[in-house]
Design a protein around this ligand. Structure first.
Ligand code: GRF
Length: 199
C-alpha cells in the first residue's frame, strides 16, 4: 500500500479529507506522516487524534530556505513516503527539493489553473468577473502552481458571491477532487511523463 506524507501549514481540512479517504478505502494508501512548518497548525491535532505521526519543522528556526528544504527532504525520506501531498502548505519549495520528489509530489490549488496562481484566488476571481471557479490538482514542478494538471473541477460564480462563499464552495470541491486525483496517481492512471501529466 502506498505511503503518503501530507504537508500542511494551517487548518488541514484537505489533509483530513485525504486521511478519511484512505480510511474508507476511496484511496488505496495510508497517511504515514503529517508535517507542518507551523507549530500552531490546527490540522496537527486531528492527525494526532488519528495516531498519525506528526512533525513540526518551523521554518523560522532555519537560517535559509536551502537548510529548511534540506531538513524537510530528509524528514520525508525517513518516512519512506511514496507520495508527498501539499495541502495548504504555505512555503515556496526550492527546485532541488521539488526535483528530488518530481512525479510524486502533488498540490491542490483553489482555482482553475492556469487561471489565478498564487494567493487570494477567490478575490482574484471576483475582481476578474469570472463566471466559473473551481479547484485544480497538479504535479508540483519548480514553477509555482504551474505543474502538469491531474484533475480540475468547476463551480459557478453566483451574482452575490463573496470571497467567503466562494472559498466554502471551492473547499467542498477540493476535498473530493484531491482524493480522486490521488487515487488515480496511486493506481498508476495518472503519472508525470516528460513534464506532462498522463493520460
Ligand atoms: C485550501 O483552499 C488550499 O487549496 C489552499 O489553502 C487552503 C487550505 O485549506 N492552498 P486547508 O488547510 O486544507 O483546510
Amino acid at each position: 500500500m502506498s505511503r503518503i506524507a501530507v504537508l500542511i501549514s494551517g487548518r488541514g481540512s484537505n489533509m483530513r479529507a485525504i486521511v478519511e479517504a484512505c480510511q474508507d478505502g476511496t484511496v488505496d494508501s495510508t497517511v504515514v506522516a503529517v508535517i507542518s512548518n507551523n507549530p500552531n497548525a490546527g490540522g496537527l491535532d486531528f492527525a494526532r487524534e488519528q495516531n498519525i505521526d506528526t512533525a513540526v519543522l518551523d521554518h523560522k528556526q532555519f537560517d535559509n530556505r536551502h537548510v529548511f528544504d534540506s531538513k524537510l527532504k530528509t524528514l520525508i525520506d525517513s518516512y519512506e513516503a511514496d507520495w508527498i501531498l501539499l495541502a495548504g502548505f504555505m512555503r515556496i519549495l526550492s527546485s532541488d527539493f521539488v526535483n528530488h520528489f518530481l512525479g510524486r509530489i502533488i498540490n491542490i490549488h483553489p482555482s482553475l489553473l492556469p487561471l489565478h496562481p498564487g494567493l487570494n484566488t477567490h478575490a482574484k476571481v471576483l475582481a476578474a468577473g469570472d463566471t466559473k471557479h473551481g479547484a485544480t490538482v497538479h504535479f508540483v514542478t519548480p514553477e509555482l502552481d504551474a505543474g502538469p494538471i491531474i484533475a480540475r473541477e468547476e463551480c459557478a460564480v453566483l451574482p452575490n458571491d463573496t470571497e467567503q462563499t466562494l472559498a466554502e464552495r471551492v473547499l467542498q470541491i477540493e476535498h473530493k477532487l484531491y482524493a480522486e486525483a490521488l487515487q488515480r496517481c496511486v493506481n498508476g492512471d495518472a503519472r508525470l511523463v516528460n513534464k506532462t501529466a498522463l493520460p
